[in-house]
Ligand binder design. Structure first.
Ligand code: GLN
Length: 193
């Protein structure tokens, strides 16, 4: 049976994640309500603007249902999603769900113009589990992970900072794997479900 994965669809690039999940072999569902959240086995929190997503979560009464979901099921956060899952956010400080032991600095590479595509060689752990080639990492106003706690496994780095990490059932990317045709990162997430 196909795994049923939700994509938080309040704001940001949720459609690209839906397509990436389908390419990786899952069924993808847009999530905007608590009952939609209850129907999925895992969730992707996409890139976008974390501040706006927090406002919309409040407006739509989704914050507490999402907090409960994060406590129970696998979640993959990319970029703004990574910011929402971290336990400390700076530049500026912002509330977050604190699921993953990370300190994340928002917009740390500079302005929009500083967005870039980089080729990165993932750590051996990733290559063994997901396959050996380099990753094409698209950064868009990306945060930088300034601190990763002892329980966090670093799967890839860029310029000495972690950009793909996992902690138990959570996967975090500060780049956008949904914007390339390479399904390895999404498949790695599906392996957690
Ligand atoms: N700069 C955004 C934020 O702080 C994240 C950018 C992205 O998700 N592409 O929320």
């Amino acid at each position: 049976m196909k795994k049923r994965v939700g994509v938080l669809a309040l704001q940001g690039d949720f459609e690209a994640h839906e397509k990436a999940l389908v390419r990786a072999g899952a069924e993808a569902v847009q999530v905007r309500t608590a009952s939609e959240l209850e129907s999925v086995d895992g969730l992707v929190i996409p890139g976008g603007e974390s501040t706006t997503m927090l406002k919309l979560l409040n407006l739509m009464d989704l914050k507490e249902p999402l907090r409960r979901f994060i406590g129970e099921k696998p979640v993959f956060g990319t970029c703004a999603g990574a910011i929402l899952l971290a336990n400390e956010v700076c530049n500026p400080a912002q509330e977050s769900f604190g699921a993953v032991d990370l300190t994340v600095e928002r917009n740390a590479y500079g302005r929009q113009i500083d967005s870039r595509v980089a080729h990165i060689t993932p750590e051996a752990e990733f290559r063994e589990r997901a396959g050996g080639d380099d990753l094409e990492a698209v950064f868009i106003r990306a945060p930088i992970i300034r601190r990763a706690g002892p329980g966090v496994k670093v799967l890839a780095e860029y310029h000495g900072n972690p950009v793909l990490v996992e902690q138990g059932k959570y996967l975090i990317a500060t780049f956008h794997p949904e914007l390339t045709m390479d399904s390895r990162v999404h498949k790695l997430f599906l392996s957690k479900l």
